[in-house]
Design a protein around this ligand. Structure first.
Ligand code: SF4
Length: 787
């Protein structure tokens, strides 16, 4: 039976009351009219098209993937799959890169692995000898496996010694990590998806869960349709499906999230909803928080955020009076001005009410990509592996002993280099080898005109592990064909710390190899060795790499030491920490309300949220957090790139339900491509009318950095704001004007998380001509109030 998740995105309701188990509902899709009888075998895996990580089995016939089926006992999905999970994998069989390519005389030419790796290794050796490890940078993804990330982390940190490592997770989850670290001392989600089954209130902060994690929204819808449903509160400038089902919708003006959060905190404090005993026992910083939020009265916040004071008070009352609250946060906060500061205030609200560590009381600082969590855990985002603290000598020594290298080899003399800074160093010429894997920066980074110039520079060898031709391979010097999900074995972790094993189902096409194989090959050719003369890394297979990671994670918050491939096989997913003492995993952390802020355990000593200035180890010791959460406060400041007469509107960019990132996979899946084939811009009726813009008209959206031309959708976005989906690139652009949202965005980032502020830049919209009909926006696009 094929589920129609294109027209019916969230599927049939299976209502449940509070605390009841979420009923199973198995979704399945087989191609070409095949039935179960035609399937040779089902191979265990999980979906890698968003951070939900729904467990599924891959159907294989004649060494070909022919379908997927949700795993009924999976703890994340209970058998459900959304549109991307059901159909997205089909894109994997089209337009694949089959052989390595090297650019010669300005043109990419197919070649052998021997030749391509020879070019990489020769440049790498030459740069290491002439300039040292700071000449090397790696920019990876949120879509690889733990085994691949950890292998690269060891090569980069112990083999080469470069601090220039980051992932495109910088664009999507860097603020989740930063907010958790600032408040609780280390990364790691306090909550569990099962908290949603118990909650009596759910708050969505800049998180359009209905489109970004459809199966999670199905879980929430089932609570909304069941007995005693929870109340929902939505903070979003758009009238999304989440907003439409919410009791309170705060359609906040872009760039004012922190003012709104300070207002909510002030209300909770003033109206006596603070659990004073909890705050005294388990937190530090309450007095400063009270002083910081005091000016944010409801009327002042209403003025800044352009929301009604009454709605703000109503939202605060729901937070202040509910017994079990789950908060989810995503890009509306993370990709905005003052991202970490605003996200920390979500943590603060929970701490003020002691709303953690018990069923129904949880925080999900969400991830965008499926394996973003693992990029952070293993340290390929530049942090030290296992949530260790680069400023803590004993943490560096632990890793040096584990990897058997001199501690000085491990870069820890300065903060790791974030993605935007890596691009700057390439631009300045100090990085001579940039290795990109599983990501498409020529569409996804802000200010694309500049990014294209950087990637085309003669001073850098750009090596790309990729599976499809795309905007970035067009600019690369060496392209290495990479195996995808289902073509390799590995593990990954979703947003509520659930680890799944994904087994190889079919062989990679042509000469494609897994990223693990590619990096091990590079390390062997470079003859990277530890102090005892053993090769770095010491493994070659995924399972051995996983065992290496288990050792590295031991004793840290993300402890996988009790996990194994054997345990994961056939399991519904296991949540870390999983240790000898907790062999089946841990549903929620911080149940003892002791947080990871001890001086010798924390991952960071913290930062000033306004400026990003680091707290020193001495200052941290003096503050005596000792396991108490840090209540960090900051005042709101106006966002950069303020609208003016020339550019009067604020831009937001984001996802649509049918696509993932730059559409390299989902754009090749026929059902998904047909459902959302083209870009568009959403504009409110109030802004469209004076511009003479009607539904479907082709408009020019222009910022101080670039312009795009796309059809207009008259939509439920707040006046003064416009929205453009970020998925669409220009690889096949020809003569037509660009449609890539990042032509418009700013090279501005949050001072703590270093996450670019994709949302909030000033733009103008002008009508170009009439269109051929309505804009190609999917039906999930927000419709105006009352429409
Ligand atoms: S919700 Fe996410 S993980 Fe689940 S099927 Fe959809 S895209 Fe895949």
């Amino acid at each position: 039976m094929t589920a129609d998740r294109i027209a019916d995105v969230w599927g049939t309701r299976t209502p449940m009351g509070p605390g009841a188990p979420w009923p199973q509902r198995v979704d399945q899709h087989l191609v070409d009219g095949l039935t179960d009888q035609d399937v040779d075998r089902w191979v265990q895996s999980a979906c890698v098209l968003c951070s939900n990580g729904c467990g599924l089995d891959i159907a294989v016939r004649d060494d070909r993937m022919v379908g997927v089926r949700g795993r009924a006992d999976d703890r994340v999905s209970h058998g459900r799959l959304g549109p991307k999970g059901l159909f997205g994998w089909q894109g994997q069989s089209r337009d694949r890169l089959l052989r390595p390519m090297v650019r010669r005389h300005g043109k990419l030419e197919e070649t052998t692995w021997e030749d391509a790796m020879g070019v990489v290794v020769s440049r790498s050796r030459e740069l290491l000898e002439s300039r040292g490890p700071l000449s090397h940078a790696f920019y990876t993804s949120g879509q690889l496996m733990i085994e691949e990330y950890y292998t690269l982390a060891v090569i980069g940190k112990a083999g080469l010694g470069t601090p220039h490592m980051d992932g495109n997770t910088r664009l999507c989850t860097a603020t989740a990590a930063a907010a958790l670290k600032e408040t609780f001392g280390t990364d790691g989600q306090p909550g569990s998806y099962t908290d949603l089954d118990h909650a009596d209130a759910v708050f969505h902060y800049g998180h359009n869960v209905a489109e970004t994690q459809t199966v999670l929204w199905a879980r929430m819808l089932d609570r909304l349709e069941g007995s005693d449903p929870p109340r929902h509160v939505c903070v979003d400038p758009r009238r999304t499906a989440v907003a439409q089902r919410s009791d309170v919708h705060l359609a906040v003006r872009p760039g004012t999230n922190l003012a709104l959060m300070n207002g909510l905190l002030r209300e909770v404090i003033h109206r006596g909803w603070v659990d004073e005993e909890y705050v005294a026992a388990h937190t530090r910083g309450f007095d400063e928080l009270v002083a910081t939020v005091e000016p944010y009265t409801p009327s002042h916040v209403a003025d800044i955020c352009r929301v009604s004071a009454r709605d703000l008070e109503a939202a605060a009352e729901i937070f202040g009076t509910s017994e079990r609250i789950v908060s989810t946060v995503l890009q509306g906060f993370y990709q905005s001005h003052q991202a970490t500061a605003a996200s920390c205030q979500v943590n603060n609200l929970h701490l003020l009410r002691g709303m953690l560590g018990r069923p129904g009381a949880g925080i999900l600082q969400m991830n965008g990509q499926p394996t973003a969590q693992n990029n952070r855990e293993t340290g390929v985002d530049g942090d030290l592996s296992g949530f260790r603290n680069w400023e803590n000598e004993s943490h560096v020594r632990e890793l040096a002993e584990l990897w058997d290298v001199d501690p000085m080899k491990i870069p820890h003399w300065a903060p790791p280099t974030h993605a935007m800074q890596i691009m700057r160093y390439v631009e300045q010429g100090s990085i001579g080898l940039l290795w990109v894997a599983g990501t498409n920066p020529a569409v996804s980074l802000p200010d694309l005109e500049r990014v294209r110039r950087i990637l085309s520079s003669d001073s850098v060898l750009v090596v790309v592990n990729e599976s499809f031709p795309n905007e970035t391979t067009e600019l690369a010097d060496v392209v290495l064909p990479a195996a995808l999900w289902g073509e390799k074995t590995g593990t990954f972790t979703n947003v509520d710390r659930t680890v799944h094993l994904s087994e190889q189902a079919v062989r990679p096409p042509g000469e494609a190899r897994s990223d693990l194989d590619i990096w091990v090959d590079y390390a062997r050719r470079m003859d990277l060795r530890d102090r005892s003369g053993r090769p770095i890394p010491r493994w070659e297979t995924p399972e051995d790499a996983f065992d290496g990671w288990r050792d590295c994670s031991r004793g840290r918050p993300c402890d996988y030491s009790g996990m194994s491939y054997e345990l994961l096989r056939g399991s519904p997913g296991i949540q870390w920490p999983c240790t000898e003492d907790a062999p089946t995993g841990t549903e929620r952390i911080y149940t003892d309300h002791v947080f990871n802020t001890q001086d010798d355990y924390c991952e960071t000593y913290g930062h000033d949220l306004l400026t990003g200035a680091s707290t020193t180890p001495e200052q941290h010791r003096a503050a005596r957090f000792d396991g108490r959460a840090r209540l960090k406060a900051a005042e709101w400041t106006p966002a950069p790139d303020a609208p003016d007469e020339d550019y009067p509107l604020r831009l937001g960019t984001g996802r649509t339900v049918y696509h993932f990132h730059t559409r390299t996979k989902t754009g090749r899946a026929p059902e998904l491509d047909a459902a959302a084939p083209e870009a568009w811009v959403e504009i409110s009726p109030e802004d469209a009318e004076p511009l003479g813009v009607a539904e479907g008209d082709i408009v020019r959206v222009e910022s101080r950095r670039g312009a795009i031309e796309v059809p207009a959708r008259i939509a439920g976005v707040r006046p003064g704001a416009v929205f453009v989906p970020f998925h669409y690139g220009d690889v096949d652009k020809g003569d037509r004007p660009s449609r890539a949202a990042n032509e418009l965005t700013m090279s501005v980032w949050d001072p703590v998380s270093k996450q670019p502020a994709f949302k909030g830049g000033a733009v103008r919209v002008t009508r170009v001509r009439a269109g051929d009909g309505p804009a190609p926006a999917p039906p999930t696009t927000p419709s105006p109030e009352g429409a």
